[in-house]
Design a protein. Structure first.
Length: 987
């Protein structure tokens, strides 16, 4: 099972490469992975029928009772066959649905296969948290698939709607799962089902879990996202919205019903909202004019049907539910695929424009007839056999069962009506509508739908052979049906009430279709609630509320923000000081200094900090703050903390550069001095915050009751195979903290870039021809007649040009683009020597960080300083040509390396981010001591370099562009004004 999941994600990773090489035919190769998974699952049927189940378990983080468990029983086997089997056929369908020129086809292929892997993980997961992870992966992947057509606003909106609704349900479900797992004392699903807990907490947890299932399966009131998602390409609808994603909620209900089917809140929510959804969505489908929307509303109706059956909590309904689960997949997926073929062949899905397709597309017509017959419940299809069971599950019960049965009959009547509406709308010859011109689909295009429809027919003919597998699941549910009836799946049960009800549904559905015009008018008249419009209004209201709250609390004043933070700090610290009578603790020994030389940097810090408050020029203030920071680094060094001192020094240097870059777009001086009262208030807050912080730091030593753990650090460093205590703390002892911190750095980089590139993309990213001639082989003439070369190809796709040999390049070619007054020959010459030296130093700090001063963070900053030197010497074009890898790629790679290193421990049976070290023989180079944390440090190194490059791109090169654009606009205005004056003089 693990191999199946890994194979899908590997295939997803290589899918873009295959598509770039083979075009749309790459989908045929990708179909091999789910195809083999289907074959593997098929061969597990004998094992499962013998009462066995496949299980695997792996301890992920034993100290937190976290495990990775997979479990395949009858339900898991059926869902695996559905997810993998239908996925295989739809990948084959994609090979003819898309064209080779489809935008983003490689991305689509990768995400589609990844979704299939996530869906398989969801149905095989035997741990609640693991199930939730796969649940959310399907949410993210479905968002990307629904929004495939990124250039269309409607597509993006539909994807966001689906993401918002299902994420809300997922978060509610997560809370419920945590409550369920903590109350049960285990998160293993099999153990929870075997010994289900009870109580009020469990009732609340089940409500939250059911909300998650309802949102995923688009039950009322969460139904609005599924019709909107029909903006997605048809393969997405055929897989996600007929066979996979929407079945996740159904699967969750089916998985937990054996444990909680007798819990009133679980049963009531499933049956009530299931039947209500079936009726409302079925009625809605009767006035849809888009074939895809007819099926979308029908899908919502059938999902309600499934959850009502599987949530009822007796064997009869469970057998009917799992039978209908397979039947729905086999009739709904081919219908979606046929709609895609019609749309592909005619250019429309509107039933008001389609006419005469029965004769021009006979293959698609007969596939649709078989699938629609199963959807309507006509014999001898699997849909008929499953619906007979569904009606029988409520025959002979009490008033509640009778009410449910009435709802199912009404919903099934609507199902017959919209099945006929689909066939009529797609294939009939309509009066007054000319026959639609088509180009016939190829056999491979129609084959997947044909296979699925044929299986729907064969499933009915051989339904008794499916009964043993389905009964394995149904037998886990207690009790039997109403009146103690036992159930079995078969095509014929005799002349009984369910058969009469089926006939009643067929007659009623046919009558509704016959009088469809009146039904449409009644439908439109009763559709007083527009869910989509109400959803938009709700979001608009939330936006308005957020805007009002932001306007009331965020006034755009940084002093106010900082003052608020400090006041909260002061209040939060003073309260424990007063209530704890901290002044009564023993007074620790007070020393003004450890060595008199510490006075020098301390005085410098105090003087520069005070001076920074009173200076009027922004640049002076920045320099003074920087000097204060360097003084702090000196104090760290004198306190025997060279690692912290080095980091402080490097961070202060980069901060100075960033400040100077930003100051170019700010006024030279600060604004007018604040009023006297405001200045006194600011002084009071600052002084109080400083005093409180000093007081708490001083008395923290007095409050210590146990021996300091500082003496344990050297031993911890040696155990981790290092000698640098700081590095060991960051990369081993507190590796989780470091992981969080580098994630914050990545988010900060994204924030800076989004602020600078919010309005429009950079427009001036072309390297002048003279620069190209010095650094690369001259490019071919541009088709637009210009000499300039698109810098996007230079900076971030170096394979698109032939770089000159190293000995034939010019150093700092970008400097030739700078105005003469901005160039410094001395700086350019010095930077030529500094750049390689600084890079070597950065690598040295990276590699020796575990045993000496340094580390990935310090090394990354030093490497970033090397790029800062080149940017300052050569300008933005030099930055683009030097940093040939996108900053985002470096940041992502760094995060991936750090995360992968952390997960390596779990792969080898240890905890996540577990440290390890040893000696490796590098042949002639000798033996070297390696640690796992060194590879973690490499990720930090790459991420920090990417962060600095992103800052240079955003606050350096981007501001350069703005300055040049402003200067150009000023020159144009001056020339226009001069021309106007000349014309006035002439006239």
């Amino acid at each position: 099972m693990t191999t199946v999941l890994i194979a899908h994600f590997i295939a997803a990773a290589v899918a873009p490469l295959l598509v770039s090489r083979w075009g749309r035919n790459a989908f045929l190769a990708l179909a091999v992975v789910p195809g083999l998974s289907t074959v593997w699952a098929f061969f597990q049927i004998p094992t499962v029928l013998d009462g066995g189940a496949l299980s695997s378990s792996y301890a992920w983080a034993p100290e937190f009772s976290l495990r990775l468990g997979l479990h395949m029983d009858a339900l898991g086997l059926l869902m695996t066959l559905i997810a993998a089997g239908v996925g295989t056929l739809i990948l084959i369908y994609c090979a003819r649905y898309f064209s080779d020129s489809e935008a983003g086809l490689g991305r689509f292929a990768g995400v589609f296969v990844a979704f299939a892997g996530a869906m398989l993980g969801l149905v095989l997961a035997d741990d609640l948290i693991q199930l939730f992870v796969y649940w959310e992966l399907t949410t993210v992947f479905s968002y990307l698939l629904v929004g495939h057509s990124t250039e269309l606003k409607e597509s993006r909106r539909a994807a966001m709607t689906a993401l918002t609704v299902t994420t809300f349900g997922g978060l509610a479900m997560l809370v419920g799962m945590v409550m369920l797992g903590e109350t049960a004392g285990t998160y293993v699903i099999a153990e929870i089902v075997e010994a289900p807990p009870d109580g009020a907490i469990i009732d609340a947890a089940l409500v939250l879990v059911m909300i998650g299932a309802m949102s995923k399966s688009a039950l009322f009131p969460f139904s609005l996202w599924l019709p909107a998602a029909m903006r997605a390409p048809t393969p997405v609808s055929g897989y996600l919205h007929a066979a996979a994603m929407v079945k996740a909620g159904v699967y969750l209900v089916a998985r937990l019903t054996p444990a909680f089917g007798d819990v009133a809140v679980w049963q009531t929510m499933a049956v009530f909202f299931g039947v209500l959804t079936m009726v409302l969505a079925g009625w809605k489908a009767l006035h849809r004019t888009d074939l895809k929307l007819v099926l979308a509303s029908g899908t919502i109706s059938q999902l309600g049907f499934l959850i009502a059956l599987l949530g009822t909590g007796n064997q009869y309904a469970a057998l009917a539910g799992i039978s209908m689960l397979l039947a729905h997949t086999l009739f709904k997926a081919p219908l979606f695929l046929v709609v895609g073929i019609i749309d592909h062949s005619t250019g429309t899905r509107d039933i008001r424009k389609l006419s005469g397709l029965r004769g021009s597309m006979p293959g698609a017509f007969w596939v649709s007839v078989v699938a629609a017959a199963s959807m309507a419940g006509l014999p001898p299809t699997l849909g008929f056999a499953a619906k007979e069971l569904a009606f029988g599950a409520y025959v002979g019960g009490g008033l509640v069962d009778i009410a449910v049965l009435v709802g199912l009959v009404v919903g099934s009547t609507f199902t017959v009506a919209y099945s006929l509406r689909f066939l009529w709308g797609a294939f009939s010859t309509k009066e007054g509508v000319p026959d639609t011109r088509v180009h016939a689909p190829g056999p491979l295009f129609l084959a997947p739908a044909t296979v699925l429809a044929a299986l729907s027919l064969l499933g009915g003919l051989f339904s008794s052979q499916l009964d043993p597998l389905f009964a394995l699941y149904a037998d886990t549910v207690e009790p039997l049906g109403p009146g103690g009836h036992e159930a079995h799946l078969a095509l014929w049960h005799g002349w009984e009430l369910p058969l009469l009800l089926s006939a009643l549904c067929l007659v009623g559905g046919a009558l509704l279709f016959r009088f469809r015009d009146g039904v449409e008018r009644l439908n439109n008249a009763t559709s007083v609630v527009d869910a989509d419009r109400n959803y938009r209004r709700m979001l608009a209201g939330l936006d308005k509320l957020a805007l009002q709250a932001t306007g009331a609390t965020q006034r755009g004043s940084l002093p106010v923000y900082l003052g608020t933070i400090l006041i909260v700090l002061i209040i939060g610290a003073v309260w424990p000081i007063v209530t704890g009578r901290i002044w009564e603790l023993p007074t620790p020994e007070l020393r003004l200094w450890d060595t008199p030389i510490q006075v020098i940097p301390a005085v410098i810090m105090i003087v520069t900090a005070l001076a920074a408050v009173f200076v009027r020029r922004r640049l002076y203030s920045v320099i003074l703050i920087g000097i204060s920071g360097y003084g702090c680094a000196a104090l760290f060094y004198l306190q025997a903390a060279p690692d912290i001192a080095l980091t402080q020094f490097l961070v202060e240097t980069v901060s100075l550069v960033v400040f100077v870059l930003v100051l170019r777009r700010l006024p030279t001086n600060f604004s007018a001095p604040a009023l006297r009262g405001r200045r006194i208030w600011n002084l009071a807050i600052g002084a109080a915050a400083g005093l409180v912080a000093s007081f708490m730091t001083y008395y923290a030593l007095a409050g210590r009751q146990e021996e300091s753990i500082a003496s344990m650090y050297p031993d911890a460093a040696r155990d981790a195979g290092g000698e640098n205590i700081i590095s060991v703390l960051l990369l081993d002892v507190r590796a989780w903290d470091t992981m969080g911190e580098i994630s914050v750095l990545a988010a900060a980089a994204a924030g800076v870039a989004s602020l600078m590139f919010l309005r429009r993309r950079p427009q001036s990213r072309k390297v002048p021809d003279r620069v190209m001639a010095l650094s690369v082989t001259p490019p071919p003439e541009q088709p637009n007649g210009h000499d300039d070369v698109d810098l996007g190809k230079l900076s971030f796709a170096p394979t698109s040009m032939h770089v000159r040999p190293r000995w034939n390049r010019t150093w700092l070619p970008g400097a030739d683009t700078l105005p003469t007054e901005r160039r410094s020959i001395i700086f350019e010459v010095v930077s030529r020597f500094l750049f390689p030296v600084i890079m070597v130093i950065s690598l040295y700090l990276l590699l020796t960080g575990h045993t000496a001063v340094g580390g990935g963070f310090a090394g990354g900053i030093v490497a970033g300083l090397a790029f800062i030197v080149r940017y300052l010497a050569g300008g933005r074009y030099e930055l683009y040509s030097t940093a040939w890898v996108q900053p985002g790629a470096l940041i992502g790679t760094g995060l991936a390396v750090a995360t992968g290193t952390g997960l390596a421990g779990a792969l080898f049976g240890d905890a996540v981010l577990a440290g390890a070290h040893g000696y490796v023989d590098f042949w002639i180079f000798g033996e070297a001591h390696l640690t796992v944390s060194m590879f973690f440090d490499v990720g930090v190194y790459l991420l920090v370099i990417g962060l600095i490059l992103d800052i240079l791109r955003s606050l350096g090169a981007r501001i350069d562009e703005q300055i040049e654009r402003d200067a150009s606009e000023t020159d144009e205005e001056s020339r226009a004004e001069a021309t106007k004056r000349a014309e006035e003089v002439t006239s």
